[in-house]
Design a protein around this ligand. Sequence first.
Ligand code: PRX
Length: 634
Amino acid sequence: MSNYHLQNFADYLESYKKSIDSPEEFWADIATNHFIWQKKWDQVLNWDFKKPEINWFIGAKLNITENCIDRHLAENGKKTAILFEPNDPSESSQSITYEELAIRVNQVAKVLRAKGIEKGDRVCIYLPMIPELAISVLACARIGAIHSVVFAGFSAMALASRINDSSCKMVITSDGSFRGTKIVDLKGIVDEALTHTPSVQSVLVVKRTGSEIGWVAKRDFWLHTLIETASASCLPAIMDAEDPLFILYTSGSTGQPKGMVHTTAGYMVYTAYTFKNVFQYQGNDIFWCTADIGWITGHSYGVYGPLLNGATTVMFEGIPSHPDYSRFWQIIDKHKVTQFYTAPTAIRALAKEDLSYVLPYHLKSLKVLGTVGEPINDEAWYWYNDHIGKGNCPIVDTWWQTETGGILISPLPGITETIPTYATLPLPGVQPVLMNEQGEEIKEIQADGRLCLKFPWPSIARTIWGNHERYRETYFSTFNNLYFTGDGALRDQNGNYRITGRVDDIIIVSGHNLGTAPIEDAVNEHPLVAESAIVGFPHAVKGFALYGFITLKDENANQEALFNEINQFITNQIGAIAKLDKMQFTSGLPKTRSGKIMRRILLKIACNELDSLGDITTLLNPEVVEEIIQNRLT
Ligand code: PRX
């Protein structure tokens, strides 16, 4: 049996057992046989969840881009690595072969070096879904610079705070981006952000939209001009296994977003292995992950996982509704996509539209469908299964997180059972446990609890950039000696897991993690707002949407105008993804006698669960609850 490729249920069981009984041997075997190492490790694993400290493949030397690119050149140089599908269907798609990718990555790597970027420097990438985004990511990795990709839907302020948090020396952006019928002025957003970012010395600009843009001499450079004279070969920097590969920001329940740090070797081994198995990737497959590279899914299964396996990965610039709701299905037929990986929110949005958008497409090339990012409801699961998979494609409901680097719980298509709404079984190397609120492990098989992991897997994030104590506090302090995911889960009698959702103050809106505290801060910035509390309520397409309870300094203010103004504040501070769907203006917020806002009660009201409000008589201001219920928005 090959440890790397699980081909049947017996393989899965055997690998799983080995990964638990002898994890070091298990991962060393996979790492040895499928990657190029400049030097092998001295020790496979050293870990301590209490400190916390986790190191994999200690002492090994490598460069991940040799494994993503150079390794494939001899046999597969002419194979398409990236298949780019533009926003506008009348513009031709582009196939970038592994040979071309090597040249383009090396050229950008040379440009980065020429602009003073050295190993360990942070480079912020703020680009639309165009090939230069993947190329920039790989170019950073080539020279050992740490990439920090910021999703190009974030506002100038959100971008600036991420740049400052990790003191990025450079920003790579474009003159603009095409999204449906809109052109977004990305360079303008960068210019605004950079008025607050002293660490940035240079900006590389990719030409995409041809829009007129502002220009700062000696700071801004067109990438295509610099590339003209850049050499097509660039020796890879030799990295330690535990050197940071990238930082990716994710929302926290409170405070600033957390810059999750992923390191080189463990991330490489785990994303390659899970890509191969969860999607059962075969040599001629065309893999499409719709996630933007600004999110972890795009990093691990849009770029690194596929390229590490020498696969063809589709990169789509546009949105599913442009020019109409058939765009995804049209692209699948056009490129004969074999594995399609998307988010439940996209499925729900498309399922809501007329079936006539789907019916003209054969979708015969598809073998495996995937979902990620939030729980998938029954209805969406069956729609996906029946109308897209035509009942022939297993759906892999993959559970994981920015922090986990790769998929931890998922069916293996054709190998393990799929169950609607269940992520099902842990992958080899993954040891989930369910904990009760008293901090004890629930030993019964059938259970409902807080999902934790009791052993490290190779791609676990190693720290939060600049704040190791926050990393410890967030993930390792709730339960003794365990990594706490922040999710609740059910386990059935066969050991299958169903993720029930966040148990903290993070709300997943359209697949995007949002912390309530920073949104409340943005709302409170409005001069007429006295106080606010934000909760999530179930939404047919977004999964959850945001409901704000807001008290005003002037109760006679124009509430309709405020709705737009407050949402504009949120858009400016964070981005449009964090806008509120509902705002209820109220004379007060329910508080404990010590003055703490009772979000739990507001959550019940927003979710219309009035029977389970609990005892409100001990509140400081119980009368306000009655008022809020009376005026609640349904
Ligand atoms: O609550 C879980 C949910 O998304 C959270 C992680 O979000 P993020 O770091 O943005 O990464 C998303 C992409 C990996 C998790 O804590 N989540 C992710 N996948 C699933 C899920 N919830 C249910 N089912 C899933 N398959």
